[in-house]
Design a protein around this ligand. Structure first.
Ligand SMILES: [Zn+2]
Length: 146
C-alpha cells in the first residue's frame, strides 16, 4: 500500500537517481537546509543538490510530469511566454499547462517562494500569472465580463 508522502520524504527531481525514493532506513538523501523568510522548511537532496520546500514537493506529486518541469513552464508563462508557444516548445497540451496553472494558483503562496527564489520570476510577473486564471489573492482584480 502506498503511504502518503510528504515533502522532505523524497526528492522531486526526476533526473535524480533517488527521485521519489522515500526516506526510510538506509535511504537518507534529503537534508534540511533552513527555512524561507516565511518560515517554510527548505530541503536539499544530497544526491542531485536540488532544493525544494516542504510544500512544493507535494503539490504536483501525483502528476506524471516532474514538478521541476511544471514549475519551469509556469515560470516561463510568468515571464511572458504564450501557452500556445510553450505547448509546442515543451510538448505539453495547452489544456495540461492551464490545469497546472489553475492548480498552482490555488497554492500560490507556497509556489511563489520557489518561483521567486529558484526560478527568478519577478513579483509583478507572478501577479499577472495568477490573475490569468482568476486567482485574486489579497489584491482586488479587475472585474471580469461574464
Ligand atoms: Zn535528488
Amino acid at each position: 500500500m502506498e503511504k502518503f508522502a510528504k515533502s522532505g520524504d523524497f526528492c522531486p527531481n526526476e533526473a535524480c537517481p533517488d527521485y521519489r525514493k522515500l526516506q526510510d532506513g538506509p535511504q537518507q538523501n534529503i537534508k534540511k537546509i533552513g527555512k524561507t523568510p516565511k518560515g517554510v522548511q527548505r530541503y536539499q537532496c544530497k544526491t542531485c543538490s536540488q532544493t525544494f520546500t516542504e510544500t512544493t514537493g507535494t503539490i504536483f506529486y501525483r502528476k506524471r510530469t516532474p514538478e521541476h518541469e511544471i514549475l519551469e513552464t509556469l515560470a516561463l508563462l510568468a515571464e511572458g511566454s504564450r501557452i500556445s508557444s510553450l505547448s509546442r516548445a515543451k510538448g505539453h497540451k495547452e489544456d495540461t499547462i492551464l490545469a497546472w496553472l489553475r492548480e498552482a494558483a490555488q497554492h500560490a503562496a507556497q509556489l511563489e517562494e520557489v518561483l521567486l527564489a529558484d526560478f527568478r520570476v519577478k513579483r509583478g510577473q507572478l501577479d499577472a500569472l495568477w490573475s490569468y486564471v482568476g486567482h485574486k489573492g489579497e489584491k482586488k482584480a479587475m472585474p471580469k465580463p461574464k
